[in-house]
Design a protein. Structure first.
Length: 658
């Protein structure tokens, strides 16, 4: 027979704190915010019996030894809520503290007895004792006032109960005791939770990807950083604030791929930029045809002047003739015949790329070197990195690398290109990646888009993952683009730009609606500039550049589109039409988007709006201003008619106002 365990009723805290949110994986990982944002904290807090409680959020910067407090209020059913604001680009800690509140318990009982016309003399005397107790905890002017109130309440409770009740229920009495509470029976949640803090661009950014070598003004000539500088006004005119460059390093010659990813290589084939390294250098070197380090710095400076920040590709892999291969052969996996294993994702083979082998005996040496690559480019003025295939490297490596880099450079942004299973993409986001690619490119139906975007913009995922939506990339030309033509390019642009506060396109391919596939069933581009120089006529009259500029201007001018948490989908009785809105907390900016997902035919339907979301009454007229076409509609009630023709423009982006 087991011995019973006796628990002293004095040693067990009576207040219970549980189900704290936000809390990622039990506090193992931080939640994400940018400077200026709020963290809304909630917790189930309760106690046995009828005593009332008070609660507060304790929060502080990681470097600050002392806690600040934010009040929590009872929202109902023992759920308490409160908020605190992130004021600095630094990690924050937070937890919850709750305590039995003798004053609130006393005041609540006093009011009930008084309303029932019961004798409250004893209760008033007890209130005087509470004021005296608070005075002993207080300092300065508060102490003097509380001592005076205690004395006055004690006298009035015996001589003038009505005046005593008025004094006890007064604002001064309550606020003085609230400033000097009795926390002798308080408990603190057992975990200190973390907030990872980023700069504003982590939450709202507009990306444009461009191959520098395809930026030359003359066909057949390799572009340079100077050509990129000449292209900057074009990129800026479309409203992009991040210019992402694929790898700018020397390209290997051993195993080099020819046009369309063939093994037949002509002497003038430039190779894939992701086959990094040659005798000319590795990850800290620049391809000679692009220019020098000074040329790169000139590009960065010119981009800054245009309001554009450069992002570099971080591809941790090597061409067979990368200096690392000869200097550190232990960093690579060797096959049974002694040769180094090139990259494979069957049936795909990448003979021009050697992946790093992180389980080698010198794993720390490899990690230190890769960290030095990131530090090197940060020192050259780069603050954003798009990370190639992070899901093929160890989780522990990324957690270590990002932590160490952010410790020294807290404003650096890492975008995860993890086109992989959701749990792996989520894990990488939890480990520290600032933004994440998603499966948006393959979500095409109304049901798919709704389920996908809802999951990523609600708890718990929204607390650790910031989606960055890309309709296309150099590796992804989905079937809908190949078959749907220009209307698909327009619809997918508007969806990406309004569903997500972070989005990007691969251009000039996108604005020129390039949709020729390598072969039927392939998502590879025909004549992909991954393997050859391309010349783009960016002034073509059929370019989407002006529409893109308008969309990005709408994004910039409407703060509801700067965040994702408010995203909400709305009912519309046509599966080819999708409707959703984003609304600022104060309803100062309210955006409603409706998109026709059918690239061929006009579609119509009746939209059902939850008017309470927009602060509107059933009988109230309101304006729906289409920011794309500048048409203005006066609507009334929740049910409104929508019609969209993909031949003209397949979407409305409405600003809703009274």
């Amino acid at each position: 027979m087991k011995a019973s365990i006796e628990i002293s009723p004095i040693s067990v805290p009576r207040v219970v704190i549980e189900t704290v949110t936000p809390e990622v994986d039990g506090g193992r990982f931080p939640v994400k915010r940018v400077v200026g944002e709020f963290v809304s904290v909630a917790a189930d807090i309760f106690i046995d019996g009828h005593q009332l409680l008070s609660a507060a959020i304790l929060y502080r910067r990681a470097s600050d030894p002392s806690w600040s407090e934010a009040r929590m209020d009872l929202a109902g059913n023992d759920r308490w809520t409160g908020t605190f604001q992130i004021a600095a680009l630094e990690a924050y800690l937070y937890t919850v503290q709750a305590w039995i509140d003798p004053f609130a318990t006393w005041k609540n009982a006093l009011q009930k007895k008084a309303e029932a016309d019961q004798d409250v003399t004893s209760d008033l005397l007890h209130g005087a004792e509470q004021a005296a107790s608070a005075a002993r905890r207080a300092n300065g002017d508060d102490r003097r006032k509380l001592m005076s109130l205690a004395s006055e309440l004690e006298i009035l409770s015996r001589t003038d109960p009505a005046s005593a009740l008025e004094l006890a229920g007064g604002e001064q009495f309550s606020s003085l005791i609230a400033r000097n509470p009795d926390r002798s029976q308080s408990i603190t949640y057992e975990k200190e939770l973390k907030v990872s803090v980023d700069r504003e661009k982590a939450a709202f950014s507009t990306w444009y990807e461009m191959f520098p070598r395809s930026s030359a003004a003359i066909p057949g000539k390799s572009g340079t950083f100077q050509d990129c500088i000449a292209r900057l006004p074009y990129v800026a005119s479309m409203g992009f604030d991040v210019l992402y460059l694929p790898p700018i390093h020397p390209i290997g010659r051993v195993g080099r791929k020819g046009k369309n990813n063939t093994l037949e290589v002509a002497t003038d084939d430039p190779g894939s930029p992701w086959a990094i390294g040659s005798t000319e250098g590795g990850h800290k070197a620049i391809h000679p045809q692009l220019g020098t380090l000074n040329d790169f710095k000139a590009l960065r400076k010119a981009a800054d002047e245009q309001g554009i920040e450069l992002a570099l590709d971080l591809a941790f892999q090597c061409a067979p003739d990368h200096p690392y291969v000869k200097q550190h052969p232990q960093w690579f996996l060797h096959r049974a015949d002694g040769s180094i294993q090139f990259a494979e994702n069957p049936p795909k083979q990448y003979q021009d790329i050697f992946p790093f082998y992180f389980e080698n005996p010198d794993a720390q040496g490899l990690a230190d070197e890769l960290k030095s690559v990131v530090s090197y480019w940060i020192e050259q003025g780069v603050g954003i990195f798009r990370v190639d295939n992070p899901h093929t490297k160890p989780f522990a490596f990324w957690e270590w690398l990002i932590r160490e880099i952010r410790r020294q450079y807290p404003d650096v942004i890492f975008l995860s290109e993890a086109f992989t299973r959701p749990r792996i993409a989520f894990r990488l986001a939890k480990l520290g990646f600032t933004q994440s690619y998603t499966y948006f490119a393959w979500k095409t139906t109304k049901a798919e888009l709704t389920e996908f975007a809802t999951e990523l913009t609600q708890e718990p995922v929204v607390e650790f993952l910031r989606m960055n939506l890309w309709p296309n990339t150099p590796d992804i030309l989905t079937a809908q683009f190949q078959n749907g033509g220009r209307p698909v390019f327009v619809a997918r642009l508007i969806l990406a730009a309004t569903l997500s506060a972070n989005y990007g396109i691969y251009g000039p391919v996108y604005e020129l609606s390039e949709n020729r596939a390598l072969q039927r069933g392939s998502e590879e581009y025909l004549n992909s500039e991954k393997y050859e120089l391309r010349h783009w006529d960016i002034d073509r009259p059929d370019s989407l550049q002006h529409l893109i500029a308008r969309i990005n201007q709408i994004r910039k001018e409407n703060s509801a589109l700067h965040r994702d948490r408010s995203l909400q989908f709305h009912a519309i009785d046509n599966d080819q039409l999708i409707a959703f809105s984003k609304v600022t907390e104060d309803r100062a900016n309210m955006i409603l988007v409706v998109v026709n997902l059918d690239p061929r035919y006009k579609q119509s339907g009746w939209l059902e709006l939850p008017l309470e979301r927009f602060g509107l009454g059933q009988a109230e007229q309101f304006q729906a201003h289409d920011l794309l076409g500048d048409a203005q509609y006066v609507w009334k009630g929740s049910r409104n008619y929508i019609e969209l023709n993909p031949v003209t423009i397949p979407a409305h982006v409405f600003r809703i106002t009274r």
